[in-house]
Design a binder for this molecule. Structure first.
Ligand code: SLL
Length: 161
């Protein structure tokens, strides 16, 4: 397949996690403290399945079947747990794209940053506001998938969408 020389086409994505303390909810295991969801999506919430074939989220080995493949949107995994760890997010493209998979790395975050946990930046020794303690923690990153010299079929669908 011919590649379109001298061009690169990029598509914006957002990946990361949200986490909430379990509180009184029953976890699947007694030592679990949080429920979290790790995800990959289009940066403007657009559908990315026209070029993404599947996304494999590689969790910590303490999880049952740590390699979680998701072959349609939403590309996300929800779990409960007690610890933070690095998640590899491997993105596979449709075969017509003729592109190798790419991997993003995300450090799963369960706990608020120190500034939030210990009060405010202006007043760091202040105790946390009780309301903030049980807020969801968000940790998302913006990035771009860059297709360098894409094959014609991929260039066409990228420019059409
Ligand atoms: C830590 N290095 O020590 C990290 C490991 C592992 C987290 C965190 C669930 C385990 C299960 C879980 O939260 N694993 O369901 O068995 O902080």
């Amino acid at each position: 397949q011919r590649r379109v020389k001298g061009i690169a086409i990029s598509r914006p994505v957002v990946y990361g996690n949200v986490a909430t303390p379990l509180g009184d909810e029953k976890a699947s295991q007694a030592d679990h403290t949080h429920r979290w969801t790790v995800s990959l999506r289009g940066a403007n919430n657009e559908d990315i399945s026209y070029y993404v074939r599947k996304v494999v989220f590689k969790l910590h080995e303490t999880y049952h079947q740590p390699s979680r493949a998701v072959d349609r949107p939403p590309y996300e995994v929800t779990e409960t747990g007690w610890g933070e760890f690095e998640i590899a997010i491997k993105v596979y493209f449709h075969s017509f794209c003729a592109e190798k998979p790419i991997t993003f790395f995300h450090h799963l975050r369960l706990h608020p940053t120190e500034a939030l946990a210990a009060g405010t930046l202006a007043n760091p020794t202040e105790l946390p506001k009780p309301g903030l303690i049980n807020q969801p923690v968000l940790a998302y990153h913006y990035d771009e998938i860059v297709f360098n010299e894409p094959v014609e079929a991929l260039a066409r669908v990228l420019l059409e969408n």
